[in-house]
Design a protein around this ligand. Structure first.
Ligand SMILES: [Fe+2]
Length: 235
């Protein structure tokens, strides 16, 4: 119960990938990072300033990106921490250029009079490998427990979470060749500015009923992703 307790309260935790597919994941990410090799039919396209994502998707790029989750028992971690029917809904590979952050402090899900994002919130895994040429500065920071301290206007939400009591309660995630960060997407978080480029792997998890046809998040890609994950989960 300790892990679930910590994750519930803090809104993030660091854990480790392991197993034979971790090496494959790192090899592929390294080749994509230095630009030495990319499979035919795939490319990086810019979404936010200073960042680009692998298109058309990650799930068809290599099955190591799903296998590493099970070899690392991430499905058990998700079950322990969330205790519900959360499934993998999306995988992204994102390249970040040196320079200013592309996303300052924000919640992925909030309601300042109108709901934005996923409800219940998505939970995400972010993994930044530490290759030659990548700085060891923190890559993401989460405002601790902010997922439990939501206010109904942008001004009061920022005021209570940053200007007063919670100003110094922050959890930083540093790059590593095995450590990842699991975090609640409704907690305040930001991508750290960096003076060197980097690459990251992002996994999204949502409740099964949020992924069904007719739900706002439903796409043929999210369906394909959760079915691939569920297939291994149920075997
Ligand atoms: Fe975000």
């Amino acid at each position: 119960m300790q892990l679930a307790d910590l994750y519930y309260e803090n809104g993030s935790l660091v854990s480790k990938f392991k197993g034979p597919n971790l090496k494959k994941v790192n090899d592929i990410l390294y080749k994509l990072f230095i630009g030495s090799e990319i499979k035919k039919g795939f490319s990086f396209q810019t979404k936010y300033k200073n960042s680009s994502d692998l298109r058309p998707n990650v799930i068809d790029y290599d099955e190591c990106f799903i296998k590493v989750l099970f070899e690392s028992k991430v499905h058990n971690l998700i079950f322990d921490c969330l205790g519900a029917d959360y499934l993998l809904s999306h995988i992204q590979i994102r390249k970040l250029e040196a320079g200013n952050t592309y996303l300052d402090w924000h919640r992925d899900s909030y309601n300042y009079g109108k709901k934005v994002g996923d409800f219940p919130p998505a939970h995400k895994i972010i993994y930044h490998p530490l290759f030659k040429g990548i700085s060891n500065n923190s890559k993401l920071v989460v405002s601790r427990s902010s997922q439990l301290k939501m206010y109904n206007s942008k001004i009061s939400d920022f005021f209570h979470n940053f200007i007063t009591i919670n100003r110094n309660k922050r959890d930083f995630y540093f790059p590593s060749n095995s450590k990842f960060l699991l975090f609640n997407g409704s907690a305040f978080h930001k991508v750290c500015s960096d003076h060197k480029p980097s690459i990251c792997l992002i996994y999204n998890f949502l409740r099964k009923n949020q992924l069904q046809k007719g739900s706002p998040r439903y796409t043929t890609l999210s369906e394909k992703t959760y079915l691939a994950y569920e297939k291994i989960l149920l075997n």
